[in-house]
Design a protein around this ligand. Structure first.
Ligand SMILES: [Zn+2]
Ligand SMILES: [Zn+2]
Length: 245
């Protein structure tokens, strides 16, 4: 007895489906790299500051820091808080060159942004700009994870990206080691626009993996706004909660 040709094809596809979830290693129902159960369990960012996406107790508020010193960017869009397992996944992507993990997170960020473009008042930017990495750092690591994210988002969202517009000509001390005040001073002259770059009237979106204090995003946004950009948004995978919470 033979199967109908169409059933044969289904059985064939089922037998060939070796797609495993990158988080739990179980077979996935679809061609996605993450199973539905793991996707639901991710630490989705709930109530947060309207500007910097800092987790807050209530929605629709602006945090004290953004009220006191409004940042140069308009809003941060991040699907997750920087906690387990997203922190581990990002760290493996970033420090162990586990690119499939980064690609999976980038994909999900792309879906999230597309949903926001379609259903919530989020305007598509003119161009995506990855946060640049200083040359020495780039030599050590071999790749810029923000640039990889920007390329994946660019393809998934059909938006152009420009990896040469923002420059990081000066070496800066690694930001993690510094307190907020020193971070700001450290970043004051860290970035520059490429010679001849014209951002006047443009709506730009910075792309990075994690937003910690927002100092880097603020410095870059200020540079772009001072050069005539109309609006700067920030897209990242995860937002860190306030230290100590
Ligand atoms: Zn899973
Ligand atoms: Zn805020």
């Amino acid at each position: 007895m033979h199967c109908q040709p169409i059933r044969k094809r289904e059985v064939y596809i089922w037998l060939k489906n070796t797609q495993k979830c990158l988080i739990c290693d179980e077979a996935t129902e679809t061609a996605d790299c993450v199973c539905n159960a793991c996707e639901t369990e991710l630490p989705w960012l709930m109530e947060h500051c309207e500007v910097c996406a800092l987790p807050l107790a209530m929605d629709g508020l602006v945090c004290g820091q953004c009220l006191r010193q409004p940042p140069a960017f308009k809003q941060v869009i991040a699907p997750w808080t920087y906690s387990f397992p997203v922190d581990t996944l990002i760290s493996r992507f970033k420090h162990q060159a586990r690119w499939p993990l980064g690609h999976m997170l980038g994909r999900l960020l792309g879906h999230y942004l597309q949903h926001r473009f379609d259903n919530h008042p989020l305007t598509r930017p003119d161009i995506l700009l990855p946060v640049p990495m200083a040359r020495r750092r780039l030599r050590e690591r071999g790749y810029n994870q923000a640039l990889m994210l920007a390329r994946w988002l660019s393809a998934d969202l059909n938006l152009p990206h420009d990896e040469h517009l923002l420059l990081r000509p000066y070496e800066t001390v690694a930001q993690q080691a510094l307190d907020a005040k020193t971070r700001k001073r450290n970043l004051l002259n860290a970035f520059a626009l490429a010679p001849g770059a014209d951002v006047r009237g443009r709506h730009l979106a910075l792309v990075d993996d994690v937003l910690t204090t927002g100092a880097t995003a603020h410095s870059l946004a200020r540079l772009l706004i001072n050069a005539g950009a109309r609006q700067v948004d920030v897209y990242c995978l995860a937002r860190t909660p306030k230290p100590g919470t």
